[in-house]
Design a protein around this ligand. Structure first.
Ligand code: SF4
Length: 362
């Protein structure tokens, strides 16, 4: 697994520090850049404003262009941007107002506002990068989030963002700001777990969530925003998948894409695995019907986090490799598989003993 934290020698800092690591000076050097001075085994020394910054990493680890966040008193740095990866996500808060049965990042009460630092980090990302923003629920800090997005989209018009939100906190008065941010700059990833309000509310652990979600989606629609609806398949909503497809086709045809997703076995997803995981390698029928319904209406549908061999042959074209590089793995039988190059494999925390029953090399 790729490490998203790097050991650093402690720095005498009192406020968080955002620093970009460079192997050599570049033309448009910024005040946040540190240039390498020396490499000795897993120890790399950088020059930063006349001071020494020491980072520890495997000798074969490429760090050129990576952006780190160093917090006071901590001996490890958060690797916010990996220059060689398309899977960079800023976790802007761990607070959330929902309690989803499959949450991979269970919420915490405490919030540390690092939005200004995230803005700096994003502004140092490689050209044309797509940056993920997630939580918790980022829109719990809507003003700060919008400020950050305005700052970055102003200085770096080449960047795009993919923001995960439960869409509980959009108000009609946000429409203008959403328009200003640009429909082509931000893709909002919004979960919808059932077309039945009661089932959706139960899955997200919040009464009234479905009604708020409908209002939030209406605001996004008025703003012409790009929306990726996301439905994690669960035992709890499996029989409603066709209902969700019909709901999308008739009520939400403005969305950009519908992502049908497999469960991640971590956080509450691990705790509730036995009662929630749906083995779609044994029974794919509802998913197939759901895909057929939305695609027949000209909408785009995808299967996220599905190992290719868990999907019937005729639906594999809907299953791109989506698991982030740093948390992806393959199993022993994948070694002899001809589809390995295009298959997204499994989450690091997937356990075959409790997982899909119908897998095997293609
Ligand atoms: S055998 Fe492994 S690599 Fe091949 S499709 Fe299945 S999960 Fe993917």
């Amino acid at each position: 697994m790729i490490d998203l934290r790097l050991k650093v020698d402690p720095l005498p800092i009192e406020i968080p520090l955002v620093v970009r690591l460079l192997d050599e000076p570049i033309d448009r050097r910024t005040e946040h850049d540190a240039i390498i001075l020396d490499i000795d085994g897993d120890r790399r020394e950088y020059e930063y404003h006349g001071f020494s910054l020491t980072v520890h990493a495997r000798p074969d680890e490429k760090l050129d262009g990576d952006v780190l966040l160093v917090l006071p008193g901590q001996a490890s740095a958060h690797r916010l941007i990996r220059a060689n990866s398309n899977h960079n996500t800023l976790l802007v808060t761990e607070q959330c107002d929902q309690l989803c049965v499959m949450c991979s990042q269970p919420p915490k009460k405490y919030h540390l506002d690092l939005f200004d630092h995230f803005a700096v980090a994003a502004s140092l990302a490689p050209q044309d990068a797509m940056i993920g923003i997630s939580g918790g629920e980022p829109l719990l800090h809507k003003e700060r989030l919008f400020q950050m997005l305005s700052t970055v989209t102003g200085s770096r018009p080449d960047l795009r963002f993919h923001i995960l939100t439960n869409a509980q906190h959009f108000e009609p008065q946000d429409t203008e700001r959403l328009v200003e941010l640009g429909w082509d700059r931000i893709l909002w990833g919004v979960p919808l777990y059932s077309a039945d309000p009661e089932t959706h509310d139960k899955i997200v652990g919040k009464p009234g969530a479905f009604a708020n979600l409908e209002r939030g989606l209406a605001t996004l629609m008025r703003a012409g925003a790009s929306v990726e609806l996301r439905t994690v398949v669960l035992q709890q909503n499996w029989d409603d998948l066709v209902g969700i497809a019909k709901f999308i086709a008739t009520r939400l045809p403005f969305i950009s894409v519908w992502a049908i997703m497999q469960l991640e076995r971590i956080g509450y997803g691990r705790m509730n695995w036995t009662s929630s995981f749906k083995d779609t390698s044994a029974d794919f029928e509802q998913a197939a019907r759901a895909i057929d319904i939305v695609t027949a209406r000209g909408l785009e549908a995808w299967l996220y986090n599905f190992p290719l061999c868990s999907v019937p042959d005729e639906y594999r074209r809907y299953a791109p490799s989506t698991i982030s590089d740093w948390k992806r793995k393959y199993l022993e039988f994948c070694e002899s598989c001809g589809a390995r190059e295009t298959c997204g494999g499994f989450f690091q925390w997937y356990d075959q003993k409790e997982g899909f029953t119908g897998l095997g090399p293609i």
